[in-house]
Each structure stands twice: as structure tokens, then as C-alpha cells.
Design a protein around this ligand. Structure first.
Ligand SMILES: Nc1ncnc2c1ncn2[C@@H]1O[C@H](COP(=O)(O)OP(=O)(O)O)[C@@H](O)[C@H]1O
Ligand SMILES: [Mg+2]
Length: 278
């Protein structure tokens, strides 16, 4: 029996001036799946995430999340419903410690403002202790204990990425949207991430949609992959099929399938990929 849809995106159209960024994009993610969203730089992947989370309002199209039409809900309402996101350029606040960042993220699911909690206003104390405990658990899970009280701005990039992921989990989400979680990580760290994601999915019953260029991670972690090119779906399927798809190879290499008959390996990164920019 097929599992129900956690995310259903229908014919998104997004335009900036003369630029058609998303051109009728539809995709679905079923509960408990890990799905990849790949495509060359500028294909519209991050913009798609921005539409899913309500940061961009597309000109048309709908987004259903967990059985609800969230197309017109603001970002914080979608987050409250269980959508969590990590950022291509990190969502951590550099001047806060790892613990403070994770607690700040956790505040989103409490009934009061983060500032009231930090100031210890009446009624917030117990909840604040609970948040602290939750944060400590998440921090331990991700092996961040040793740096829990260090400012994130002073930590290596890989650790800040892990902190970003810990923050997403602190919101107690149903679904994680990860924007290039492996960028800046070593190949070993990236492969380790595949194990982490599968474990998170299984233990916390999470559904995951992940933008990623790192092919071994996509192949290892994803059940299904969508390929985006110029705002449109080029193809979709299991990772093994996608890697052999001539149009995918062509889109990534910037040539035609005929010119690139048998590339020995799918390129690790699309040509000209720039992971430093959103
Ligand atoms: N706020 C914006 N204003 C104008 N153009 C944008 C904006 N956001 C994204 N774009 C454009 O949309 C296209 C897709 O960008 P993006 O979604 O970041 O691609 P990807 O994440 O696949 O690399 C790019 O040409 C980018 O310049
Ligand atoms: Mg992007």
C-alpha cells in the first residue's frame, strides 16, 4: 500500500520580472520518504524551497502539506505545522552559542516569545527548562556536546552545518527540507550524513526533501529523485535510474546526450556549481 502524501506541490509558477524561475513544477513526497531534488545551478531548487516554506509567493500553483492547503500561509504558520528547513548559507546566528541557537529554534513551538523565555518572565520558566533539556538531547545526538557553549561563529563550517540541522530538528518537525546539507563537508562527512538522515527518518518518522549535488549522498540516502532544469521537471525516478538518464547527464555536463555517450561517472558537481551562493 502506498503511503499518503506529506507534501504535494502542484504546478508552481514563479517569475521575477522576465525570468521564469519555476515553470509549472509539480512534485510529491510521501510520508517517510527521503526524496532528492537535484539540477544544475540556477535551476530553481532554492526558489522551490522558498515557495514551499512561504518565503516566496508563487504567481500560481498550490502547496499541500500534511493534508492541508498551505499555499497562502505565512512561513511561521507552515513551520508550526511541522515544516523545518536548513539553509544553503546556514541559518545559525554566529554570535549565539550552539545551545542558544538550538533553544532559539525550539522556541518556535512554545507559546511564548524567545525573549520572554530568556528574561525568565512568569510562566516561562518550566518550559524554558524543558527546552534546555530538549536542546541538550539534540546536541548530544549530533555529537555537539564539546562545543555546546561556544559561539557558532567561531566554529568550523562542518560543525556549523550540523548545528543548522540540530536547529531544524529542535522545532519537532514532521518534514525536513535540506538545502545542500553536504556542501562544504568532506566526502566522508557527506556519506556519514546519509546514515544520519536514514536514522533520523526511521527514529523520528521524518519525511525529508533534500537539495543536493553530492551524488554518493543522493544515491545512498534517497528513495526517489526529482531533476529540475530551468524551472521544469526534467525527469524523476530512483537514484540508480537518474544517474544513467542521458538528459540528466546532458543537463549536468552542458552538452547533449549524443556528445557525452558514456560518461564513466556522474560528475560530483555540475559544471560551474557554486555552493557558496544561494
Ligand atoms: N528574489 C529573487 N529575485 C530575482 N531572481 C531570483 C530571486 N531568487 C532567485 N532568483 C533567480 O532564480 C533562478 C533560480 O535560482 P535558485 O532557485 O537559487 O537556483 P538553484 O538553487 O537551483 O541554484 C536564478 O536565476 C536566480 O537568479
Ligand atoms: Mg540553491
Amino acid at each position: 500500500m502506498k503511503r499518503r502524501h506529506m507534501l504535494k506541490v502542484d504546478r508552481l509558477m514563479l517569475r521575477f520580472g522576465g525570468l521564469q524561475v519555476l515553470d509549472g513544477l509539480s512534485l510529491t513526497v510521501r510520508e517517510g520518504q527521503i526524496v532528492g531534488l537535484i539540477g544544475p545551478n540556477g535551476a530553481g531548487k532554492t526558489s522551490c524551497f522558498n515557495c514551499l516554506t512561504g518565503i516566496y509567493q508563487p504567481q500560481s500553483g498550490t502547496v499541500h502539506f500534511d493534508g492541508r492547503d498551505v499555499s497562502h500561509l505565512p512561513t511561521h504558520r507552515r513551520a508550526r505545522l511541522g515544516m523545518a528547513r536548513t539553509w544553503q548559507n546556514l541559518g545559525v546566528i554566529d554570535t549565539l552559542t550552539v545551545t542558544e541557537n538550538v533553544m532559539l529554534a525550539g522556541h518556535q513551538r512554545t507559546g511564548y516569545a524567545a525573549l520572554a523565555g530568556m528574561l525568565g518572565l512568569p510562566g516561562t520558566w518550566h518550559r524554558e527548562r524543558e527546552l534546555q533539556r530538549d536542546a541538550a538531547e539534540i546536541i548530544e545526538y549530533f555529537g555537539l556536546d564539546a562545543v555546546a557553549h561556544e559561539r557558532t561563529g567561531e566554529l568550523p563550517y562542518g560543525i556549523r552545518k550540523t548545528c543548522d540541522m540540530a536547529m531544524a530538528l529542535a522545532t519537532d518537525p514532521k518534514m525536513l527540507l535540506l538545502d545542500e546539507p553536504a556542501s562544504g563537508l568532506s566526502p566522508e562527512e557527506a556519506l556519514g550524513l546519509a546514515t544520519t538522515l536514514r536514522e533520523l527518518r526511521d527514529r523520528l518518522k521524518l519525511t525529508i526533501l533534500m537539495i543536493e549535488h553530492h551524488v554518493p549522498l543522493v544515491a545512498e540516502a534517497c528513495d526517489h529523485v526529482y531533476v529540475l532544469n530551468f524551472g521544469q521537471l526534467l525527469t524523476e525516478g530512483p537514484p540508480a535510474d537518474i544517474q544513467r538518464h542521458p538528459e540528466v547527464i546532458a543537463a549536468y555536463l552542458g552538452g547533449t546526450a549524443a556528445e557525452t555517450p558514456e560518461p564513466p561517472e556522474w560528475p560530483l558537481k555540475p559544471e560551474g556549481a557554486d555552493h557558496g551562493t544561494a
